[in-house]
Design a protein around this ligand. Structure first.
Ligand SMILES: Cc1ncc(COP(=O)(O)O)c(C=O)c1O
Length: 378
């Protein structure tokens, strides 16, 4: 079976994991956590970067820092992973779902303003498939209505909007290093905080509400409880794995990009025949080959293609069940028909296997099978 995703683990990661284990200091904020933070500063110019235990936790931390509370409304796509909406609900605030732009699967920026009320406090744009949202437009709306912007860049590490790293444009940016992402540490993530004072607050909340970060930096000689917090810092063993991946970032990106481009070229003819639509990358976006998806003419063809690929040993998958039509979305008062584009396109999207160590044989086999199956179906 050709899996949908597979981690790329080499001696580099193993060496660093062993080094971390040998330090006898495997809690959070050790040497490898520092190295990861330094890497993002050096390679992407990102400041105020904190490694976390997951993007889910980064989003929760951002929601805390943004001061979201009961009665606040937060604009968010329905076409996203549950964590984006959970972060809002955990603060007692209400997610207000926005429909997607069918070309990018990102939040439709033309449908944001009609959902703004006096209760609206923030926007959570999600950079689907590592392809940037129209951030100029989103920031302009946010400025006009005084809203906080929290970028869910779970899929957007090392992807850019007009040359700016995703996650650095809004007030807060959140990354994922989950095993299914481009650079992995098992479970893990990061938060980027624009404002320096908020960054210091983030350090405290991430460390159970203490100023331990200041203590580690030698700024204070003991640390103590400053505010309510939680534990959002990962073990340095996991940071060691991530650092290995970051050292291999160019190689991983190159391999992913090769697969993405091969799929894209191969399916051009099928797109011309109207049998599928390929991903659309706006001029302002530099994507990171996180995901290759295709949009089929209808749900039946999507499901048949997925089934037949499986019979041929290829694991292709779809996601997401739109949040507004999921059981929790229904509890929130939403119903089928509320977000037509999200509902329609969620049924037609199919994701193909994409992982750095995919062989040329596997890649050719998948391309050939998609052609053969679609040509018999349509
Ligand atoms: C858009 C989006 N947000 C949040 C998350 C949650 O990331 P994590 O698994 O690191 O908590 C994911 C993970 O798939 C995601 O795709």
């Amino acid at each position: 079976m050709i899996p949908f995703a597979k981690i790329s683990m080499t001696d580099v990661e193993k060496k660093y994991i062993n080094q971390a284990l040998e330090t006898n200091k495997i809690c959070g904020d050790g040497e490898f956590t520092k190295k990861c933070t330094g890497w993002f500063k050096e390679n992407c110019g990102i400041n105020n970067f904190l490694l976390t235990t997951s993007c889910t936790h980064s989003l929760e931390l951002a929601a805390l820092l943004a001061g979201l509370k009961q009665g606040d409304e937060v604009l968010v796509p329905s076409y996203t992973f549950v964590s984006t909406a959970d972060a809002i609900l955990l603060r007692g605030a209400t997610p207000v779902f926005i429909d997607i732009d069918k070309k990018t699967f990102n939040m439709d920026v033309n449908k944001i303003e009609e959902k703004i009320t006096p209760k609206t406090k923030a926007i959570f744009p999600v950079h689907y498939a590592g392809v940037a949202c129209d951030m100029d437009k989103i920031m302009e709306i946010a400025k006009k209505h005084n809203l906080i912007v929290i970028e869910d860049a779970a899929q957007g590490t090392l992807a850019y909007y007009k040359g700016k790293p995703l996650g650095t444009i809004g007030d807060y940016g959140c990354y994922s290093f989950h095993e299914t992402k481009n650079y992995v540490m098992g479970e893990g993530g990061a938060i980027i905080v624009k404002d320096n004072d908020k960054y210091l607050e983030a350090e405290i909340i991430r460390e159970k509400g203490t100023n331990r970060s200041q203590f580690i930096k030698g700024v204070v000689d003991k640390y103590t409880w400053h505010e309510v917090g939680s534990s959002y810092l990962p073990s340095d063993v996991l940071a060691a794995m991530l650092y290995g991946q970051l050292e291999r970032a160019d190689e991983i990106m190159e391999k992913r990009m090769h697969i993405w481009n091969t799929y894209h070229k191969s399916f051009e003819s099928l797109e011309k025949q109207g049998k599928l639509a390929r991903p659309y990358i706006p001029d302002y976006a530099t994507h990171n080959a996180h995901m290759y998806y295709m949009v089929l003419p209808n749900e039946k063809i999507r499901n048949e293609l997925m089934e037949k690929l499986k019979e041929n040993g290829i694991l292709a998958v779809f996601h997401y069940i739109p949040l507004h039509t999921s059981p929790m979305g229904i509890k929130l008062g939403y119903k089928q028909g509320d977000l037509p584009e999200t509902e329609e396109y969620a049924k037609r999207l199919l994701r193909l296997p994409l992982y750095p160590d995919m062989t040329e044989e596997e890649l050719t086999f998948i391309c050939e099978k998609v052609h053969t199956i679609l040509n018999t179906l349509i």
